[in-house]
Design a protein around this ligand. Structure first.
Ligand SMILES: *[C@@H]1O[C@H](CO)[C@@H](O)[C@H](O)[C@H]1NC(C)=O
Ligand SMILES: *[C@@H]1O[C@H](CO)[C@@H](O)[C@H](O)[C@H]1NC(C)=O
Length: 357
């Protein structure tokens, strides 16, 4: 069974590769214009189909959607560089939802990006989507960010997840935060229903990962700093897939707690990697677990050599291309990993050259 599936994947890849090769030979020069910058979107996206609730879905009218428990609120960031990934993620959420009309998307954009262009791009591909766009003031965090080893992780928008409780309207109490380099293959309502217990958030935890490496020797050698974890059993967790109770977050002022660690980091280097360590400092050992089926992670490949990764054992509800490369980059480069074929069906990008226009 596994072998057969694998064989089919390779077949699909082989066919698309041939197709692209032929197109490339035909129109070689047209491919040069597809690069993106942070302010322009040179790509064109297709319109996604409309998705309807199944008859079993609880009724939500526009007046009750706000405070209805059956509404699933989803938060994502949106920028020109990752928009192709975001579009695929949105499509995958809708396509696998039993009640897609009960989903409200909350998109956070950087104040340095062209917000109206991003909004228009989403609205054009998803004319029926219930969504809001919020501008995140880069200046809020730019003074708090210290340079990390991967420049991409220093982008202010990466920190927006720490500010969702302030950015989203007060009536939004629970939100599912999703990265842009993933697709769901299961109903997001199940993820949103993850039991939180007394926790502020739920995320996929990895207790076998070496937790110590996320902090510097300076941190661990200081008794006052390392005692932060004294009364808990901290585990690494992934902040790319989270279920957050924003009501509890606001009440506990967790954004301030995260900022305090970032302030300290400016004065003495206590960690290396971007926005993750402050989250770990505040929440590790205190979160509710998200089933690992909701984070089949690492598909972006090895951070050093870019090797392809396979799925982890167990069921799959969400595929996450975390890591160095992204499926759309490898597909464009004609060097996809086998599992990139699972992302491709959600790609809304129009071929850069179309004969029928
Ligand atoms: C929504 O859920 C909360 C807590 O889970 C509950 O107290 C409340 O009654 C529910 N509201 C509706 C309209 O079902
Ligand atoms: C945003 O994009 C639109 C459409 O491309 C363009 O007309 C507008 O001038 C841009 N705005 C800024 C501030 O760059």
């Amino acid at each position: 069974m596994t072998l057969l599936k694998y064989h089919n994947l390779q077949l699909i890849i082989h066919n698309t590769t041939m197709f692209h090769l032929i197109l490339l030979l035909l129109l070689h020069s047209a491919t040069i214009t597809t690069a993106t910058t942070t302010t322009t979107i040179s790509q064109q996206f297709k319109e996604a189909p409309q998705f309807y609730n199944s008859p079993e879905c609880p009724l939500t009218t526009t007046t009750t959607t706000k405070n209805n428990n059956n509404t699933v609120h989803v938060a994502m960031t949106l920028d020109a560089a990752y928009i192709r990934g975001s579009m695929a993620a949105i499509l995958s959420v809708l396509q696998h939802s039993s009640c897609p009309e009960n989903i409200i998307f909350h998109f956070v954009t950087s104040s340095s990006s062209n917000t109206s262009l991003l909004r228009a791009t989403i609205a054009t591909s998803f004319p029926y989507l219930n969504f809001h766009v919020y501008r995140f003031m880069d200046s809020i965090v730019s003074g708090l960010i210290s340079t990390s080893i991967r420049a991409a992780l220093d982008c202010p928008l990466n920190y927006a997840r720490s500010y969702l409780a302030n950015i989203l309207p007060a009536h939004v109490n629970k939100v599912v935060y999703l990265d842009s380099d993933l697709v769901l293959v299961d109903d997001i309502a199940k993820l949103a229903a993850t039991p939180l217990g007394d926790s502020i958030l739920a995320a996929p935890e990895y207790c076998n990962a070496d937790f110590a490496i996320y902090f510097t020797p300076t941190f661990w050698s200081s008794p006052s700093l390392s005692s932060t974890f004294a009364d808990r059993k901290p585990c690494y967790f992934n902040t790319g897939v989270m279920v957050m109770d924003l009501g509890r977050w606001r009440a506990g002022e967790y954004t301030t707690k995260i900022e305090e660690w970032m302030e300290l980091q400016k004065r003495m280097r206590i960690y290396e990697l971007g926005s993750l360590p402050p989250f770990l400092l505040v929440f590790a050992g205190k979160i509710a677990p998200v089933d690992h089926r909701w984070n089949q992670h690492g598909l972006g490949g090895d951070n050093y050599r870019g090797l392809c990764r396979d799925l982890h054992p167990g069921p799959v509800s969400l595929l996450h291309w975390s890591g160095k490369s992204k499926p759309w980059v490898r597909l464009d480069a004609e060097r996809p990993c086998p599992l990139d074929a699972l992302w491709a069906p959600y790609d809304l990008l129009m071929p850069p050259f179309s004969f029928d226009s």
